[in-house]
Design a protein around this ligand. Structure first.
Ligand code: UDP
Length: 327
């Protein structure tokens, strides 16, 4: 069975990618330092506990498992934190990726699928965000991801490393089978925080900013279901295996929801009240991030099936009420 090295395979998106890879006939080998990931989430292949800062550990993982490709998810991913401590993001994300790319090239493992973000576009309200839009990140998280995209291009030109880059919009939902889902500590994302507030696990949700230039004053995001997102990664891997060229794909639905709309719809879907208050803007937030591209559908044949608010909130809600991963 062909193996894929999945960095961050113990995390929310990485663990879902491992499941999708296993279903597609690959063995996912998770490489994760377990600082934000969970050993319990590694269910579909072996776990190598290691850090991207440790080049020797990476070299050993490539030698032991001989993967045919890399899927790189391991990263710090909180916009707010990246504004408070940008150095943390440049060190962990950019230096980590540099080690991984060099180890991958040294091992002759030249197909690389990278988890990037719409945060690389920055705050371009009114501009259609497609893969050719300028990348002007406004937070260190987005900057670190843009830097890694550039690294992949540069290494590709010099070494034969090939890449598919996915720029995600907002990922939500959980595995519909209930095997894996989102668990962050601390939690910073809108939908799980809202579900916590519904359950009384926190007093309320705070809306970050109600004075944006949008119809209801709150930020607008494009939400995509995690199972749809990871399906695209398997298509991206097969794209590379078929010898197709380096390519960037947005992963979003093209439909935007404001924070208030997410709250209202989630109240309806869960049949519960969402306790919330209105607070200040969060530094680093773009007003509107909505994909303006259907390239993933037309070129990869991506067919998102669960990226509607009802399935995303219902799947997240079911997961939220199940026992958490062991600490
Ligand atoms: N948000 C909010 N309150 C929270 C967390 C998030 O109002 O407690 C807003 C945030 O400002 C953004 C949207 O919800 O407009 C999605 O934020 P999240 O952190 O989930 O994802 P991001 O867009 O930062 O990747």
């Amino acid at each position: 069975m062909e193996r894929v090295l999945v960095t961050g395979g113990a995390g929310y998106i990485g663990s879902n990618a491992c499941k999708a890879l296993a279903q597609a006939g690959y063995e996912p080998v998770t490489f994760d330092n377990l600082t934000t990931g969970w050993a319990d989430a590694v269910k579909f292949g072996p776990l190598v506990q290691g850090d991207l800062a440790d080049r020797a550990a990476l070299d050993t993982a490539f030698a032991d498992y001989q993967p045919v490709a890399v899927m790189h998810f391991a990263a710090l991913s909180q916009v707010g934190e990246s504004m408070k401590d940008p150095g943390l993001y440049w060190r962990a994300n950019v230096l980590g990726a540099l080690n991984l790319i060099e180890a991958s090239v040294a091992a002759g493992c030249l197909d690389f699928v990278f988890s990037s973000t719409c945060a690389t576009y920055g705050d371009q309200d009114g501009v259609v965000l497609d893969e050719n839009s300028p990348q002007m990140p406004i937070n260190a998280y987005g900057s670190s991801k843009r830097a890694i995209e550039e690294m992949l291009i540069q290494f590709g030109a010099s070494t034969g490393l090939r890449h598919v880059i996915f720029r995600y919009f907002n990922v939500a939902g959980a595995d519909p089978d209930g095997e894996i889902g989102e668990q962050h500590e601390p939690e910073t994302h809108l939908i799980p925080l809202m579900l916590d507030a519904i359950e009384g696990k926190r007093p309320e949700l705070t809306i970050f900013g109600t004075d944006y230039d949008t119809p209801d004053g709150t930020c607008i995001r494009d939400y995509v279901h995690v199972t749809d997102l990871v399906d695209a990664h398997v298509l991206g891997l097969n794209w590379l295996k078929e010898g197709k060229p380096n390519r960037v794909f947005n992963l979003g639905t093209g439909q935007g929801f404001s924070v208030r709309e997410v709250i209202t719809q989630s109240g309806t879907i869960t049949n519960k009240q969402v306790p919330y208050s209105e607070g200040d803007r969060r530094p680093g937030d773009a007003v509107r991030l909505v994909s303006g591209s259907t390239r993933a559908e037309t070129e990869l044949g991506w067919r998102p099936a669960r990226s509607n608010m009802k399935d995303m909130v219902a799947d997240a809600w079911r997961w939220h009420q199940a026992p958490p991963y062991a600490k």
